[in-house]
Design a protein around this ligand. Structure first.
Ligand code: HEC
Ligand code: HEC
Length: 348
């Protein structure tokens, strides 16, 4: 039985009579045309084009627990689809249970991003994915160990060959495949999108429309969380202090004081399912986040962005109904199709 099975797999790869295998199949990302506003350019490295086989391999690897030292943890442990690929815990825990310093990040539309992590220290999804495996408060493994586990696996060697056109299992191919899979995490089908871009006037409730108008107007949220990505792709200080982990954000990467307390402006897409909020998960609810912006922004916070000036000294004054409308609007950014997309789920 086992012999038969491996025989079939060999046949998969063997060239069918008279028909040469042309290598991995190119894959075209599908997204609405309005999502390619001039400032938004797809960031797909030339040496890692998307292919059907590469994405399928990346999907299997994203959910692969052999990446962690004790086979207990995959990327998906801290990046769960139902939570828009983040982790509901305030800070993530490593395989030995020790807490990290930061809240896990949602992974949404990363194909357009060029700065990853809260402090922006990785310039590509490929570079990002190299980190967690050997991180001592995450997967606590080594790359040589991961490579030998995958190379000895009954399925992976052939999947790597199909994905990259030649035999070989190595760390660069692992991160390339995972990055390809992550680039298919596309979320542009919230009720807001149907209202704003799809011409469906009934997709938002009257309260959500009030919240929408506040978000884009008086509340200045869109100055940084700019639609349609709900991020301006910058590292910005909004005056959050280092918190209990004494986290200095981007300064820890560059060593420059002017970068202190700068963090990545996260997308607000699917924000209703990614609590808790901010780099250290300091806010449990969106109501608390709104209260932070409206009630407690300090003009003299280190390196605070000029885009925060409207909030100095309670400069944006909203009553309770308006605050509730702003929160209701953010909840309308949830894309249930994305959260339930079977192509992004655990293939095993
Ligand atoms: C133990 C939990 C944990 C595991 C396991 C883990 N991550 Fe993360 N991930 C995090 C945390 C926490 C952050 C934010 C860390 C920081 O900013 O320093 C993060 C950040 C990211 C980001 C950045 C998102 C952005 O918008 O900048 C991506 C992408 C990502 N992880 C993908 C992965 C992949 C791929 C794997 C598997 C190879 C993985 N993660 C494994 C917890 C985890
Ligand atoms: C000056 C730019 C800027 C403005 C204006 C701004 N934000 Fe933010 N926002 C950020 C940055 C940067 C972060 C991440 C900060 C951190 O983690 O410490 C953030 C984080 C958030 C988060 C948490 C994201 C997450 O994934 O945890 C929410 C929710 C949010 N902002 C909502 C709003 C709302 C609502 C407004 C308007 C009232 C607003 N923001 C205005 C830059 C901005």
């Amino acid at each position: 039985m086992i012999g038969l099975y491996s025989c079939q797999r060999d046949n998969d790869l063997a060239e069918p009579a008279g028909q040469a295998w042309n290598g991995p199949t190119p894959y075209q990302l599908v997204f609405p045309s309005w999502a390619t506003a001039p400032m938004h350019v797809l960031a797909i490295p030339e040496d890692n084009p998307l292919t059907v086989e590469g994405i399928a391999l990346g999907r299997k690897l994203f959910y692969e627990k052999a990446l962690s030292n004790d086979y207990s943890m995959s990327c998906a442990t801290c990046h769960q689809q139902e939570f828009a690929f983040t982790d509901p815990r305030t800070v993530s825990l490593g395989t030995d249970g020790s807490p990290g310093r930061r809240n896990s990040m949602a992974v949404i539309n990363p194909a357009w991003d060029q700065q990853f992590f809260w402090d922006g220290r990785a310039a590509s999804l490929e570079a990002q994915a190299l980190g967690p495996v050997a991180n001592m408060i995450e997967m606590r493994n080594t790359w040589p160990e991961v490579e030998s586990r995958l190379a000895a696996h009954p399925d992976y060697p052939l999947l790597f060959e199909h994905a990259f056109g030649s035999p070989g299992v190595d760390s660069m191919r692992v991160v390339k495949a995972i990055a390809q899979f992550e680039r298919t995490f596309i979320s542009f089908n919230s009720r807001f999108d149907r209202y704003e871009y799809g011409g469906d006037n009934t997709a938002l409730s009257p309260q959500e429309i009030i919240g929408r108008d506040l978000f884009f107007g008086e509340s200045h949220c869109n100055d940084c969380h700019a639609a349609p990505f709900f991020s301006d792709n910058t590292m910005t200080s909004i005056g959050t202090d280092g918190g209990s982990a004494n986290d200095h954000g981007m300064e820890e990467v560059t060593g420059l004081h002017p970068d202190a307390f700068k963090f990545k402006t996260n997308t607000l897409r699917n924000i209703g399912v990614t609590a808790p909020y901010m780099h250290d998960g300091r806010h449990e609810t969106l109501e608390q986040v709104v209260a932070f912006y409206l009630d407690s922004v300090e003009a003299d916070a280190p390196n605070i962005s000029q885009h925060m000036a409207p909030y100095f000294n309670g400069g944006v004054a909203l009553d309770a109904d308006q605050r509730a409308a702003l929160v209701a609007f953010m909840l309308a950014l949830t894309d249930t199709e994305f959260l339930n997309n079977p192509a992004l789920s655990d293939p095993n």
